[in-house]
Design a protein around this ligand. Structure first.
Ligand code: ADP
Ligand code: ADP
Length: 221
């Protein structure tokens, strides 16, 4: 499923946090949304997931408008917000059941087992979230994003705060989970884009300043 964004803008009190950006994200590819702090990455990710209403412009998944908060569009989107609010006192499975119910009411236990395996949470599956390392908590974050088997994944700074070992593991996991999906990850680290992305968009002060394949951008610089 393709994501299509046209002239998307968000102004906060007249300040242009995101300034008329347009781009496409394609199935089977991971798009890196690269920019420094304050560039407008999180604001864009929140608009693409329907959590934040744009000032103007449009965004759609497979032709279905996201901005209108369409349930049809949202069903196909998995979202890992920056600093995911996880519940430290909840058990891993309990939390995944809680999130999953919103999307896929009914018997979730099979899907939860599946997702726990997919994200490598098996050894920690009986623990409370608050007892997990940052790396395992990030796996819980990824698990909640894919619980409803969405075709689109939007991951906001998915490796921030991880130590170097966890970083390598989580990047590999994202690459694996992203197979056959349309993935956008935001980051302020070029190495992250080089490690896992196929395409790159560079955003600065709310504007797109480059949009290319990773190969293309390497040739250009
Ligand atoms: P990034 O994710 O790239 O760090 P953000 O999207 O968080 O950038 O922020 C873009 C700009 O918008 C920044 O100048 C930030 O301070 C501002 N901003 C973000 N959220 C709000 C908000 N809720 N109210 C006012 N300004 C905001
Ligand atoms: P991010 O860079 O991921 O947006 P921030 O720490 O900048 O993370 O933002 C955390 C929260 O604060 C978000 O809800 C964002 O909308 C809000 N925020 C960010 N910048 C501002 C700002 N200048 N004024 C008001 N709220 C802001």
């Amino acid at each position: 499923m393709s994501i299509s964004v046209q002239n998307l803008s968000k102004h906060y009190n007249g300040q242009k946090a995101v300034d008329s950006i347009s781009f496409e994200a394609r199935p089977g590819r991971i798009l890196g949304f690269l920019g420094p702090n304050g560039a407008g990455k999180s604001t864009t990710m929140r608009m693409l997931t329907g959590y934040l209403t744009p000032t103007s412009g449009a965004a759609s998944v497979s032709g279905k408008n996201i901005v209108s908060q369409s349930i049809e569009a949202k069903k196909n989107i998995g979202y890992l917000p920056e600093n995911t609010p996880l519940y430290p006192d909840m058990y891993v499975k309990e939390f995944l059941g809680f999130v999953g119910e919103t999307y896929a009411p009914g018997n979730l236990s099979k899907r939860i087992e599946e997702v726990i395996k997919l994200v490598g949470l098996t050894p920690e599956q009986h623990k409370k979230i608050g007892m997990l390392s940052k790396g395992y908590r990030q796996r819980v974050g990824l698990a909640q994003a894919i619980i409803h088997n969405p075709e689109v994944l939007i991951l906001d700074e998915p490796t921030s705060g991880l130590d170097p070992n966890q970083l390598v593991d989580i990047r590999a996991l994202i690459k694996e989970l992203g197979k056959n999906k349309t993935v956008i990850i935001s980051t302020h680290i070029m190495q992250e884009v080089e490690a896992i992305c196929d395409d790159i968009i560079i955003i600065s002060k709310g504007k797109i300043v480059a949009n290319n394949s990773l190969e293309g951008i390497k040739k250009a610089y």
